[in-house]
Write a protein that binds this ligand. Structure first.
Ligand code: PLP
Length: 408
């Protein structure tokens, strides 16, 4: 029997995409832990709190009462209504049921939106540092991410001038994430209006406003893009979800509001891929959105205290590490320029933030994500959404590991 070599080439779409770097760090940390090493992971993008009890119980009741079947692709009427009410109350945005959609995480919302609108050669403006998936999703959709890097002096925020300079006839999307993962940067109403003034002149340009960290704001007031500039409503996809606000990452439930032509196209894609998001998760999301919100104040206070504690403990690591205070979200995006060019006690050279992350993991027992993953080096991202004790220990380990670095 002649053996014919199997053709294992992947599609260009997949060959051009990179796996998630945050996932890779988590994987490395898990490997060390399985070898018996003590590792604290500051690499995860999720709260350590449990999903609140009233949401858990609503989901259990939903299962018992048989809410376990297919639903409408874009979400049940009850969930759509809860989303509409949320957008109206929190964001002064009025959407009709045919202008909202629920999906399997905000991730699927973003994916659907890009697949529905991006043709080969189209461009999407992405602001660095950015959430790791933005650029790869644009690539998978066949487009080209155009990365704009504001300076840390501008608090990592896109200026109208920089936006105007990067728009071309091929630009399809401006992808805004406020508050931002990983920098915590949050745009004011006035800053969003100034960006809208640039967008207005470009009829082809759509705006994706990823507001998933909306509820985790320590200083300042959150404003969504279309809320700041209501005339942008019909070209804006306002994206949100229950993952970060309600400690529900595993439930996989995201939602969005936008113009009907776009929502309809996203629903078409979803109908041919995953259909409705989990029926049980939809019941839970209704309970999250319609239920009491008071616990969020307590969560915010606890997270603020952790942020401030981490910053205080990390102070002695300067000038290797310099940390600016994020007004929102649950990450520190730490500049590590001062550590580049140093040598470790084993004489390994720290030439990049990835080298520093590897050293902190292997010798310090702390997993962090290198800034390269977020499109801005040399930085490391640390989450502070873990218990006070573990966070304190992790930061102390980082300081101790940095103290061992030597410059030639
Ligand atoms: C900025 C940003 N957008 C979207 C998501 C996706 O969230 P979901 O769990 O709803 O898919 C994340 C998750 O880390 C995120 O950080």
């Amino acid at each position: 029997m002649s053996s014919v070599a199997l053709d294992v080439r992947l599609s260009d779409r997949v060959a051009n995409a990179r796996p998630s770097a945050t996932g890779a760090v988590g994987e490395m940390a898990r490997r060390l832990i399985s070898q018996g090493r003590s590792v604290i992971s500051l690499s995860e993008g999720e709260l350590d709190f449990d999903t609140p009890a009233h949401i858990q119980h609503a989901a259990i009741k939903g299962i018992v009462e048989g809410q376990t079947r297919y639903t409408s692709v874009g979400g049940t009427p009850a969930l759509k209504q809860a989303v509409i009410t949320k957008f109206r109350q929190d964001n002064e945005l009025d959407y009709a049921p045919e202008e909202v959609i629920a999906a399997t995480g905000a991730k699927q919302i973003l994916f659907n939106a890009l697949l529905a609108t991006v043709n080969a050669g189209d461009e999407a403006i992405v602001v660095a540092p950015f959430w790791v998936s933005y650029t790869e999703m644009v690539r998978i959709a066949g487009g080209e991410p155009i990365v704009v890097t504001p300076s840390e002096r501008d608090d990592f925020k896109l200026t109208p001038e920089a936006l105007a300079a990067h728009i071309t006839p091929r630009t399809r999307w401006l992808m805004l994430n406020t508050p931002c993962n990983p920098s915590g940067a949050m745009y004011s109403r006035a800053e969003l209006r100034a960006l809208a003034d640039v967008v207005r002149a470009h009829p082809r340009l759509l705006v994706l406003s990823d507001d998933i960290y909306e509820k985790i704001v320590f200083e300042g007031e959150f404003c969504s893009f279309a809320q700041a500039a209501p005339d942008m409503r019909d070209r804006t996809l306002t994206v949100n979800g229950v993952s970060k606000s309600y400690a529900m990452t595993g439930w996989r439930l995201g939602y969005a509001g936008g113009p009907n032509w776009l929502i309809k196209a996203m629903e078409l894609l979803q109908s041919q891929s995953t259909s409705n998001p989990s029926s049980v998760s939809q019941v839970a999301a209704v309970a999250a959105l319609n239920g009491p919100q008071g616990f969020l104040d307590d969560w915010r206070d606890r997270l603020r205290a952790r942020r401030d504690m981490a910053m205080t403990i990390l102070q002695p690591a300067a000038p290797m590490l310099t940390v600016s205070r994020p007004p929102a979200a649950f990450y520190l995006y730490v500049c590590c320029a001062g550590a580049i060019g140093c040598k470790t006690p084993k004489d390994d050279f720290i030439g990049s933030d990835a080298d520093l992350a590897r050293y902190l993991l292997e010798e310090g027992g702390v997993a962090v994500v290198p800034g390269a993953a977020f499109g801005l080096e040399p930085y490391i991202r640390l989450t502070f959404a873990l218990s006070d004790e573990r966070l304190k220990l992790a930061c102390e380990r980082i300081v101790a590991a940095c103290a061992q670095l030597k410059r030639d």
